[in-house]
Design a protein around this ligand. Structure first.
Ligand SMILES: NC(=O)c1ccc[n+]([C@@H]2O[C@H](COP(=O)([O-])OP(=O)(O)OC[C@H]3O[C@@H](n4cnc5c(N)ncnc54)[C@H](O)[C@@H]3O)[C@@H](O)[C@H]2O)c1
Length: 377
């Protein structure tokens, strides 16, 4: 089993990563200072294969466990779901040392973490992430929360778990599209912090996607190490933690432009990363090779990097609503080279428009080249 430590003083915790370790959680929990009463929060897809065995092992170890099922899907990431959790915790008389286990993808992790942060002003919780996005990203770092009808993740709290328990074996039931989307966040870690890891992904993505144990554990562990390092240095995103948003500014705009329906979050992030790299080349901040490498690795994995045909004005309008806009000028995380990014403020309309246009024309050229080379055959 690999262990990664998130160093946050008294709120430090371990991320344990292994293969077939799910039911070992019960024994591990006995060594932590939590009470006897716990709730597993999960959804119907995950409950049967993973929730039930965990519950049984916890009961065998002397815990008293309630399972709370929420419907699956982003549209249930609401205060209503949190309310449903409170109702059950109150009814079952959960106390300050009672604990919550968040068992599922990022949606369950965010909701359950927020319920833990707010019930009795905070009770301990454990993240047991089951999607790749949740294993490499959302379960680490303590961002919890729910959506509001007027926007995503608008209600929330920073609240760290006491343990993150990752069994990569559960990814065998994750739909392939979700697995591929999760790889975008993995590529992101390589670009923002570690060239060697970026190259590793470029060379080993097939093994990771076929869930080969060694490659998969290294991928998840290295991603968690990088996230842990960034979060330890800046827990509340006062500065450097924002580098984790590489690919997310344009990614979010694409998700919004397509009503959060067409693309998985990771799919939009891949387009956003390629866009940011192109913007950096337009600004003369990085060599075009960086853009080419990001595009190549993402498309090998099966992630599209070209922008959807949303049109500049639509994207610009959405980008204007971004929290970090000052005088119509935007913040982007941009690559300087592979393994290093910079937070750049003050990106204006003209350069963005130029980059969007250059995206569209470069893809037209690629299509044109393909047609031309087709003629020669
Ligand atoms: N808190 C953070 O730091 C952070 C970071 C990134 C994303 N997020 C949030 O995470 C959410 C996205 O997470 P996600 O991509 O995991 O989506 P998700 O939780 O909706 O999971 C995707 C789908 O896969 C299913 N699933 C999960 N694990 C499975 C498994 N092992 N086998 C079979 N099916 C499985 C889920 O039931 C769901 O249908 C968004 O709400 C996003 O805002 C939070």
């Amino acid at each position: 089993m690999r262990k990664v430590r998130v160093e946050l003083g008294q709120r430090s915790y371990d991320i344990c990563i292994g293969h077939n370790i799910l039911t070992g959680l019960a024994r591990h929990l006995k060594g932590l200072s939590v009470g006897k009463k716990g709730a597993i929060i999960t959804n119907p897809i995950i409950k049967k294969p993973y929730g039930d065995p965990i519950q049984q092992h916890l009961i065998d170890e002397g815990f008293s466990i309630t399972t709370i099922e929420l419907p699956a899907g982003e549209r249930y990431k609401t205060l209503r779901s949190v309310g449903k959790i409170y109702d059950i915790l109150i009814e079952k008389k959960f106390e300050r040392d009672s604990f919550i286990i968040a068992l599922g993808g990022g949606v369950i992790g965010d909701i359950a973490g927020f319920a833990a942060a707010t019930y009795l002003r905070g009770i301990p919780y454990i993240q047991v992430p089951t999607s790749l996005v949740a294993q490499v990203d959302s379960s680490v770092g303590g961002k919890t929360g729910v959506n509001h009808p007027l926007g995503k993740n608008l209600i929330g709290a920073f609240y760290q778990p006491i343990l993150v328990w990752i069994d990569v074996e559960v990814l065998k039931t994750l739909p392939r599209r979700e697995l591929i989307a999760g790889m975008a966040e993995v590529v992101k870690y390589g670009v923002i912090a570690d060239t060697r890891f970026f190259n590793f992904i470029g060379e080993n993505y097939k093994n990771v996607l076929s869930l080969e144990q060694k490659a998969l554990i290294h991928t998840v562990a290295r991603s968690c190490e990088i996230k842990a390092m960034v979060v330890s240095a800046d827990e509340r995103e006062k500065g450097q933690r924002a580098i984790l948003n590489f690919g997310h500014t344009m990614g979010h705009a694409i998700e919004t432009a397509t009503d959060y329906r067409r693309y998985r979050h990771g799919e939009a992030v891949a387009m956003g990363m390629a866009f940011a790299a192109r913007l950096a080349t337009v600004l003369g901040m990085c060599h075009k090779d960086v853009l080419n490498w990001i595009e190549r690795v993402c498309s090998s994995i099966g992630l599209r990097t070209s922008l959807p045909a949303a049109g500049f004005e639509t994207l610009w309008d959405i980008l204007q609503r971004d929290k970090k806009v000052i005088n119509e000028r935007l913040r982007f995380v941009l690559p300087v080279r592979l393994g290093e990014v910079k937070i750049v403020d003050g990106i204006g309309r003209v350069v963005l428009q130029k980059t969007v246009q250059s995206c569209y024309s470069s893809y037209k050229n690629v299509r044109h080249e393909k047609r031309v080379s087709g003629h020669h055959k």
